[in-house]
Design a binder for this molecule. Structure first.
Ligand SMILES: Cc1cc2nc3c(=O)[nH]c(=O)nc-3n(C[C@H](O)[C@H](O)[C@H](O)COP(=O)(O)OP(=O)(O)OC[C@H]3O[C@@H](n4cnc5c(N)ncnc54)[C@H](O)[C@@H]3O)c2cc1C
Length: 384
């Protein structure tokens, strides 16, 4: 593994940083967050520059880089603004399922508009009546009728669902098989499919520009063409996707931690208390130094997990470790950032309270921290 980013990778980071400096205005973030609205205009601008599909192949309009480069861009965006960064980086959430497992026709049909920024996408695994941590058992069903499949069921907390042009849905296709996850399949469901309805779920603690919704499927008919990957292999495909995207969420967490840390550090340098900068008070300066070390460790874990993905050696233990550690660091650092700013941190204008609320989700989505620990433990037991 290389220990330094290449010139090209540094340029990609700089391009993302410049974009955010221009487009991520704090007042826009505050207003969109208040309205719980997706920053579609900024998303389209980011797509024009290739920043939303960094690791998608050039033939579909992507930049053709690796997943590490995606993580670098995600980190920069979430550092610049945790709310806008989380939203822009997840606008095409789920499209990677088509890239990883879809047919050539599906890639042509869906990935090109995704890379242009014309399509928003979603991936739906979690269900309202069941724990999202365990998708080995789901209630959404797909029944074969001639050449078509009929989908019935519900999904909840689905990122982008209210604004998505298509949703990749996990459904039970073989109801009799044991264990049930051997009978799950992924389907593409288009926004205008008859029987599909979405209710926006509002009132989230954070990432309020990421629009989330509950999906209802009532006799939704889709052709067999819409199956993503293999029939009855949907659980395995979903796990491959989630394992990969744990590195992505880790990159979000690293960015949020770094962003809040920088605000806190600058404040501690400039603010004087008892005749000296806050930073010179050990109770403030020393934890900030320790947190800088933790962020760097989280970053290295994240880059290593992404680098292994690009080398074709994705390691679920590494992606789980990166997410577990980076998300904890993000919650800890953003919390301390509020403390460093005191009352100023508790109010919205200085952004750190927003970073803290946004960071918390990184311990929940793409598998909770408890699930990451179980994953790490499972692989450790194989190794030792
Ligand atoms: C903002 C947001 C966006 C989301 N977007 C999507 C999306 O786009 N698509 C999608 O499919 N889902 C999405 N989710 C759902 C997310 O994936 C789930 O919230 C997550 O997997 C956890 O499931 P749960 O919330 O049902 O909690 P549960 O599974 O009910 O877990 C509750 C608690 O029990 C713990 N727990 C569960 N099982 C175990 C165990 N075996 N051992 C120890 N502890 C355990 C958990 O860690 C957690 O602390 C989103 C969630 C949020 C908050």
């Amino acid at each position: 593994m290389k220990i330094e980013l290449s010139e090209e990778q540094l340029q990609i980071k700089s391009a993302a940083r410049e974009f955010c400096e221009k487009e991520f205005k704090p007042e826009i973030a505050l207003e969109l967050e208040r309205r719980e609205e997706y920053p579609l205009e900024i998303y389209r601008k980011a797509a024009e520059l290739g920043l939303t599909c960094v690791s998608f192949p050039r033939e579909y309009g992507g930049m053709g880089y690796g997943f590490l480069e995606t993580c670098l861009v995600v980190e920069e965006m979430c550092k610049a603004d945790s709310t806008l960064g989380a939203a822009i980086s997840t606008g095409n959430y789920g499209s990677d399922l088509i890239l990883m497992y879809g047919t050539e026709d599906q890639k042509e049909r869906y990935l090109k508009p995704v890379c242009r920024g014309d399509y928003i996408s979603a991936a739906a695994f979690t269900e309202p009546g069941l724990g999202g941590s365990d998708i080995t058992r789901i209630e959404t069903k797909a029944t074969k009728q001639g050449d078509e499949w009929k989908l019935n069921g519900a999904k909840s907390f689905i990122l982008n669902a209210p604004i998505a042009d298509f949703i990749v849905v996990l459904a039970q296709t073989d109801p009799d098989i044991t264990p049930p996850y051997r009978g799950e399949t992924l389907f593409i469901v288009d926004r205008d499919a008859s029987g599909l309805s979405v209710i926006k779920q509002t009132g989230k603690m954070g990432i309020r520009c990421c629009i989330t919704g509950e999906v209802q499927l009532e006799d939704v008919h889709v052709p067999g063409w819409n199956i993503v990957g293999e029939l009855n292999r949907g659980f395995y495909h979903a796990m491959g996707f989630l394992d990969k995207y744990r590195a992505f969420v880790a990159a979000q967490a690293v960015g949020m931690a770094q962003g809040a840390w920088e605000i806190a550090f600058k404040h501690a340098k400039n603010m004087h208390v008892n005749g000296q900068p806050l930073l010179q008070h050990q109770a403030i300066g020393c934890p900030l130094a320790e947190m800088a070390a933790k962020i760097e460790a989280a970053r290295l874990l994240t880059y290593r997990a992404a680098w292994l993905i690009d080398a074709g050696k994705m390691d679920p233990m590494q992606t789980a470790m990166a997410k577990l550690y980076a998300s904890r660091v993000a919650v800890e650092v953003t919390d301390f950032a509020i403390q460093v700013l005191g009352a100023r941190g508790y109010f919205g204008q200085n952004r750190v309270e927003r970073y803290h609320r946004d960071a918390k989700v990184t311990e929940i989505y793409e598998g909770t921290s408890e699930i990451q620990r179980l994953t790490v433990l499972k692989y450790l037991m194989k190794l030792f």
